[in-house]
Design a protein around this ligand. Structure first.
Ligand SMILES: [Zn+2]
Length: 337
């Protein structure tokens, strides 16, 4: 565990190649450039195991809580991504990408569901818990969203059978460990706090705080001076580095919630408090040949922006790969082999 900012800065500025997992677990670690953890090729170092707990086999109902002030265009980008998970689009599609997640099963042999729907939204425009949040705040924010109504909109249902809550914070919101150790995390609510045990994930918009860390490759990790030629930095396909960067983190967390919702199903390592999950092995891997700070072989749209998946409404997204349990390596539908 290296949650030390100074060390991180050192790592960022000294070695700009290879990806390092700063912290793992239910956390989505930030990318930095140093060391291993790149398993585009198969690796026998991966000890991903099934720990007998449930995976999300029933159709998933996603409830988004928009925390803070959100640009409607950025909200559309994210909503369309969620809608793309179970909708047809030209190959390689977001739905093709999710297919790898559905290869995971529970102890009855049931697979993770193919059906993921956006079932409700709640806008917490008044920053109900302030602009500086802890990890535990997320549970209170969910609780608030299921009991209060806002501007004529009803509260969200507390769907404890197949709900999945996504707390998305606007660029001006600070969150414990955000930009230092994590870009997002997933966990489950405590019945004593939220009224039931439901899986949830938080993802922050890093655009104003640390795009080089949480929105790479749409921003340069070194900050300040322009990136050197061949840095691999590319334009965001939906026009906003913070939001396009969030898409990949949302995808990462959804894949991990689906396969490890109660932190007792699919993960590697002996410590359930710091598990390595199916997205963690593939940080920074978006296409074939990825590694050393190179995102891999991805497409370019007509403006030269990077993407690797197609979604609904002619959307394009850049989403990291996940560990494929059949192939035994990181995989995505844009793979060249
Ligand atoms: Zn993760």
């Amino acid at each position: 565990m290296m949650k030390n900012q100074i060390l991180l800065a050192l790592v960022l500025y000294t070695s700009l190649f290879h990806f390092l997992e700063i912290s793992s677990g239910q956390n989505h670690p930030i990318y930095s450039f140093n060391q291993q953890k790149n398993h585009e090729g198969s690796s026998n170092l991966i000890d991903l195991k099934y720990h007998l707990g449930p995976v999300l086999t029933s159709p998933i109902n996603i409830y988004i809580i928009w925390y803070g002030k959100w640009d409607p265009n950025h909200q559309s980008t994210i909503r369309d991504f969620i809608s793309s998970i179970s909708s047809p689009a030209p190959s390689p599609s977001v739905a093709d990408w999710w297919r790898t997640v559905t290869l995971y099963t529970d102890q009855t042999g049931s697979n993770v569901t193919r059906n993921v729907a956006l079932s409700g939204q709640f806008s917490d425009r008044a920053y109900s818990h302030g602009k500086s949040l802890t990890r535990l705040s997320m549970q209170s924010i969910i609780k608030n969203a299921v009991i209060s109504s806002s501007s004529g909109r009803p509260a969200l249902p507390l769907n404890y059978s197949n709900g999945l809550y996504l707390v998305l914070t606007s660029p001006d919101v600070q969150v414990q460990d955000f930009c230092r150790a994590v870009c997002g995390f997933h966990y489950f609510t405590y019945a004593s706090v939220a009224g039931a045990t439901v899986p949830y994930a938080w993802i922050g918009n890093s655009g104003a705080q640390c795009p080089g860390m949480c929105a790479y490759p749409f921003a340069w990790p070194g900050g300040g001076p322009p990136p050197p030629t061949g840095s691999g930095v590319m334009g965001p396909p939906n026009g906003d580095p913070g939001t396009d960067g969030m898409i990949s983190v949302i995808a990462h967390e959804l894949a991990e919630v689906a396969t490890n919702p109660l932190i007792n199903a699919w993960y590697a390592g002996d410590d359930p408090l710091a598990p390595n999950e199916i997205g963690d092995f593939c940080l920074g891997v978006y296409g074939s040949g990825a590694g050393g700070g190179y995102a891999g072989a991805v497409g370019k749209d007509s403006k030269g922006n990077g993407f690797n998946l197609n979604g609904v409404k002619v959307r394009k997204y850049l989403v990291q790969w996940v560990w494929d349990p059949v192939r035994g390596r990181c995989f995505g539908p844009n793979a060249l082999d």
